[in-house]
Design a protein around this ligand. Sequence first.
Ligand code: LLP
Length: 423
Amino acid sequence: MNSTSLQGELMLGQHTATSLAQRFGTPLYVYDKELIESRYRQLDAAFTGLKHRICYAVKANSNLAVLQLLAHLGAGFDIVSGGELERVLAAGGDPAQVVFSGVGKSAAEIERALQLGIHCFNAESSAELQMIIEIATAMGKPAPISLRVNPDVDAGTHPYISTGLRDNKFGIPIEEALALYRQAAQEPYLRIVGIDCHIGSQLVTVQPFVDALERVLRLVDQLADIDIHLGHVDVGGGLGVSYRGESVPSAQDYVEALRPLLAGRSLQVICEPGRWLVADAGTLLTRVVRLKDNGDRHFAVVDAAMNDLLRPSLYQSWMEIRACTDAGVAEQIYDIVGPVCETGDYLGKERRLRLREGTLLAVMQAGAYGYTMSSNYNTRPRAAELMVDGAHCHLVRQRETLSDLMRGESLLPLSTDKEQACN
Ligand code: LLP
């Protein structure tokens, strides 16, 4: 984990944040390899005694080095696009350990995944099943499927990241799933392998996971009664992290809450954690560009913006912001804002900090849904990404350049001769 040196400087691995920012520039995402490894191992150990597989949710942080690290530790992957599948392959992941979620898989994505032999499609509608059947039939290759059921459980999280309620677009209403399984069982080009649910993200209590799993297992039993036997139950992702000192379940708490429900069943448990594995391992370094006062409101304009880290703007997420060094000036209450031309462009509001122009700031726990949600809005090249490993550090993504941003665009063949242009 990051720590503070004797001089009060923020340390990332064995490096000061200041030295990394000087060497690689800002904004800069820094990930701690040891922390990702230790998180994976903790979760894996918590599952001891249960047949299980951790399928990391690639969307949380899809840098190839992160995927490579997790593949090396034995993780499978939860993907939501053909692009994520290609990333998993490029990082050395095993397609046979991939589960494919998402409400809008395209024909090309289904074909590619089937050809590569993924573990299963988490199908989210009967229309999707129909498409899978057509493709599998044309390829002469039965498709492994699991239905993503919507257990209608309130995850108690932000409405944008709550997915297990009936009025969300995700999954198949649990009451309709039995009939759909029955139909699927008649299809020669479908192979039923499991059942899946994901009720939301950043859950800070275990009870919704338990409620969802109880409902899903009731269905598993009803399926067994009609001779449909499943190989796995996928409990989704969603385990939260503590962004603001709130108490959150540990990996052990999470697994121990599920264990009594699973004990005595021969089902493999799959889980799809994203945030919990990588959030705490990431820090976004950004420098104060300008201090500005509007009346009695103080603003620190920094060189990272909503295009680099969208979570505060999109979900009003609170993320800790620290000054990496002591600026030696009086504390003041600042809104930490980016240079993007949107009022909603901020990283944090009303933070008590000591700042000067040039002060280096660290946005903590930015390893999940940070870089992966970044964009080029305002023609801002995206940040570089760095992996620290004790005394070593590896640049795992170069900073984008302006020519990267304009690649693929072209000018119109406009003529300066007006007459010609009209003809
Ligand atoms: N499985 C499925 C099917 C998912 O949709 C998600 C996340 C996960 C697993 C992983 O959930 P996690 O363990 O990371 O909570 N951008 C938002 C989070 C969106 C989550 C989307 N789905 C944020 O920054 O808070």
